[in-house]
Design a protein around this ligand. Sequence first.
Ligand SMILES: Cc1cc2nc3c(=O)[nH]c(=O)nc-3n(C[C@H](O)[C@H](O)[C@H](O)COP(=O)(O)OP(=O)(O)OC[C@H]3O[C@@H](n4cnc5c(N)ncnc54)[C@H](O)[C@@H]3O)c2cc1C
Length: 384
Amino acid sequence: MDFRLTEEQRMVKKMAKDFAEEEMIPFVAEWEEKNEIPMEFYDKMGKLGMLGGPIPEEYGGSGMDYVAYHLLIEEVARACSSVRTTVSVQTSLAETNLLLFGSEELKQKYLVRLAKGEMLGAWALTEPNAGSDVGGMQTIAREEDDGWVLNGSKMFISNGDIAGAVIVFARLPNTKRHDGICAFVVEKGTPGFSIGKVEIGTKLGLRTSHTAELIFEDCKVRKENLIGKPGDGWHMAMEVLNSGRLSVAAGAVGIARACLEASIKYAKERYAFGKPIGRFQMIKDKIAQMSTEVDAARLLVLRAAQKRDLGEDNTLEVSQAKLFSAQVVMRAADEAVQIHGGYGYSSEFPVERYFRDAKVCSIYEGTNEIQKLIIAGAVIGELD
Ligand SMILES: Cc1cc2nc3c(=O)[nH]c(=O)nc-3n(C[C@H](O)[C@H](O)[C@H](O)COP(=O)(O)OP(=O)(O)OC[C@H]3O[C@@H](n4cnc5c(N)ncnc54)[C@H](O)[C@@H]3O)c2cc1C
């Protein structure tokens, strides 16, 4: 097996690393303090093709392969997880949903603008009473002569209040569980679509990522904005989540790597008992463990990405990568704070933010428990 990156993959990784070091890392503390990332920042990312990485060039994207795209995600996450969340939701969820299932008209109207970064996108599946249990969704889509009418609400939607277009899942009246789920593109400003509570600066982590409640009250959507056919939504959501999960996994690797790098630096600088703490075996143990786990998590991510590049089903590999990297980042963040001692608990050092940002990797786009159900289902198979 050849573990070397191609020339193009190396170039994407370098471009993303340089961008993160010049345009992100120097500003993250200020963004966190103000609870805000200026929209011009995303314009800049869009112009560099960083908001449509794996989308084909004919639809406004950069046409990179999935290995390259997940290396880009790792670099972005190493600098700022809130930005990484926006990039993932934009690319791996909203754009991917349109690319895989949208009509040509929807692709031209929305995908091209999203991929070029001319507007932000969101992807709304979760509801106040239905997260892991997607089949429990209650938002209703009623067909009318000239379109659809949506009623219900969505919860915890990343980019929800700043997106120009949101992909919204809803079910046909009188349907249950996985039947009758549909997906629509709903534009910002559509009558009947309003924003509820927005969490920015108030969450445990991802303090500069917008997380919004979306409300639909007799919200009229034109019939062409239905993605695919009525009832396709369940299959669509699972396929798209598979794509989103891998970017969360790559994001977790990025945070874990940032923890490792910060720990190595600190272990060389901090003196205790007359020597750098990196000389103590228990500190070496932590760093060796972290380093090994970061590499192992990345290999799982890249294996799943490569399978996708080869056009093979990667559901099992994605869930393994998501589960493992979410566990690795929690351990890495814990040890990084520990290595920094009291300073690790202070916002003066970035490991405090890494610790807070790490947790959501084991919650969104399918919790660790849900990944274990998928993995067990695949490896155990049917039981009597
Ligand atoms: C910051 C943030 C951003 C988000 N962004 C988005 C977004 O952009 N779009 C979107 O649609 N959603 C988004 N979400 C929602 C996220 O995907 C859900 O929170 C997640 O899927 C879990 O759903 P829940 O919160 O309803 O938890 P629940 O489903 O209520 O789960 C509660 C607990 O029960 C466990 N559990 C549930 N079912 C089972 C089972 N069968 N077996 C074992 N354990 C189980 C879970 O693992 C969890 O530990 C976001 C969430 C956060 C926090």
